[in-house]
Design a protein around this ligand. Structure first.
Ligand code: ATP
Length: 299
C-alpha cells in the first residue's frame, strides 16, 4: 500500500489530558479519509501532527515518507490546509488573498482558483472580514485547493456551510481531488456526510483509534436489528458481536457486528423474533463503539 500519511504509536499529552493515546493510522494515496470523533476526541491534535505543527512525544509521523517536523518545507509545500479557525487575514480582499497565496505555491492553478470562486459564488472584491462564516470557509477552501496539493487536510470543512454546498459542492470537489490520485483527510462531526463523501473512516474517541477501515467494510460488518422476545432476556448477554443494546420489556434495538445473514440467523436461533434488520448507519456505529469504550473505562 502506498501510504501518504502514516502514524505509528503516536501519543500526545497536554498536562493532564492524554489527547492522543498510541494512535496508529495509515492513509492510502487517492483515498478520502473521514476523521470522526466526539468533541475533544483528538482530531485537531492528530491533524496538527500530520502538518508537523506538533512534534510527536511518542511514536512516529510520516507524510510522503518524511518527518513533517524535520522537513517542513518538503511536506507543507505539498499540503493544502484549511484550519478549524480558518485563520485568514481579515484586511485582505479575496482576490488579494489569492494573489498572496499564489506567491507561496509555484503550482498554483489560476484558472482552477477562478473556477472555484464561481462555484462557491464568492465575490473577489469582498473583504475577508466582511464574509459570513460559510463564505470564509469557502474562501479558505479555495486557497487550500488551488495549488492542487497532493494531500488536502481539512479541519471541519463543513462547519458553516449550508446543506447544498456541503452535500453537492464539497462532495464533488473532494471526489474530483481523489479521482486525480490526490489524498484527502477531513475531520467532521457530521457522520452522514462522512458516509457520503469518504471512502475510508477513522474513528477516534478519547484519544484512541477505535476504528480504521474502508467505509464499505465498516457498513458491511455492522447491522441494526430490532428484536423482541417473550422471555424478557436481553440480547446483550446472549448474542455475540453486540456493540450496543437499547430497550426493555421484551423489545430491543441492537447494533451488532457481523454479516447481516449471520447475525439475523444467530438472533433467531437464540429465540428472538427479528422485527427489523438493516445495515447500521455510521452514526449508530460511532455511538455504539465510542459509548462502549467510554463506559468500559468508567467501570
Ligand atoms: P473538537 O471536535 O471539539 O474540535 P477535537 O477532536 O479536535 O475536538 P482536540 O482539539 O484535538 O479535539 O483536543 C483533544 C484534547 O486535548 C481535548 O481534551 C482538548 O481540551 C485538549 N487540548 C487540545 N489542545 C490543547 C492545548 N493547547 N492545551 C491543553 N489542552 C489541549
Amino acid at each position: 500500500m502506498d501510504a501518504v500519511v502514516e502514524l505509528a504509536g503516536v501519543s500526545r499529552r497536554y498536562r493532564r489530558t492524554l489527547a492522543m493515546d498510541d494512535v496508529s493510522l495509515s492513509m492510502p494515496r487517492g483515498s478520502v479519509v473521514g476523521l470522526v470523533g466526539e468533541n475533544g476526541a483528538g482530531k485537531t491534535t492528530t491533524i496538527k501532527h500530520v502538518l508537523g505543527l506538533l512534534r510527536a512525544q511518542a511514536g512516529t509521523v510520516r507524510v510522503f515518507g518524511l518527518d513533517p517536523v524535520k522537513k517542513p518545507h518538503d511536506t507543507l509545500s505539498r499540503i493544502g490546509y484549511l484550519s478549524e479557525h480558518r485563520d485568514l487575514p481579515g484586511w485582505m480582499r479575496i482576490d488579494e488573498l489569492l494573489r498572496y497565496t499564489r506567491a507561496l505555491y509555484p503550482k498554483w492553478d489560476h484558472a482552477y482558483a477562478q473556477k472555484l470562486l464561481q462555484v462557491f459564488q464568492l465575490d473577489p472584491s469582498a473583504k475577508v472580514r466582511t464574509l459570513s462564516m460559510g463564505q470564509t470557509a469557502k474562501a479558505g477552501l479555495v486557497t487550500a485547493l488551488a495549488h492542487r496539493p497532493e494531500l488536502l487536510v481539512l479541519d471541519e470543512p463543513s462547519s458553516g456551510l449550508d446543506p447544498i454546498v456541503r452535500r453537492d459542492i464539497l462532495g464533488a470537489v473532494l471526489r474530483e481531488v481523489a479521482k486525480e490520485g490526490r489524498t484527502v483527510l477531513f475531520s467532521s462531526h457530521l457522520l452522514h456526510e462522512v458516509e457520503t463523501i469518504s471512502d475510508r473512516v477513522v474513528m477516534i474517541s478519547a484519544g484512541k483509534v477505535i476504528l480504521d477501515e474502508t467505509l464499505q467494510d465498516v457498513l458491511r460488518k455492522h447491522q441494526r436489528l430490532v428484536l423482541t422476545s417473550g422471555n424478557g432476556q436481553s440480547p446483550k448477554n446472549v448474542l455475540s458481536g453486540v456493540e450496543a443494546c437499547e430497550g426493555d420489556a421484551g423489545r430491543w434495538t441492537v447494533i451488532c457486528q457481523g454479516e447481516l445473514a449471520v447475525v439475523t440467523a444467530n438472533a433467531k436461533q437464540a429465540g428472538f423474533e427479528v422485527v427489523e434488520a438493516s445495515a447500521a448507519i455510521l452514526d449508530d456505529i460511532f455511538v455504539a463503539r465510542a459509548g462502549k469504550r467510554l463506559s468500559s473505562e468508567e467501570v
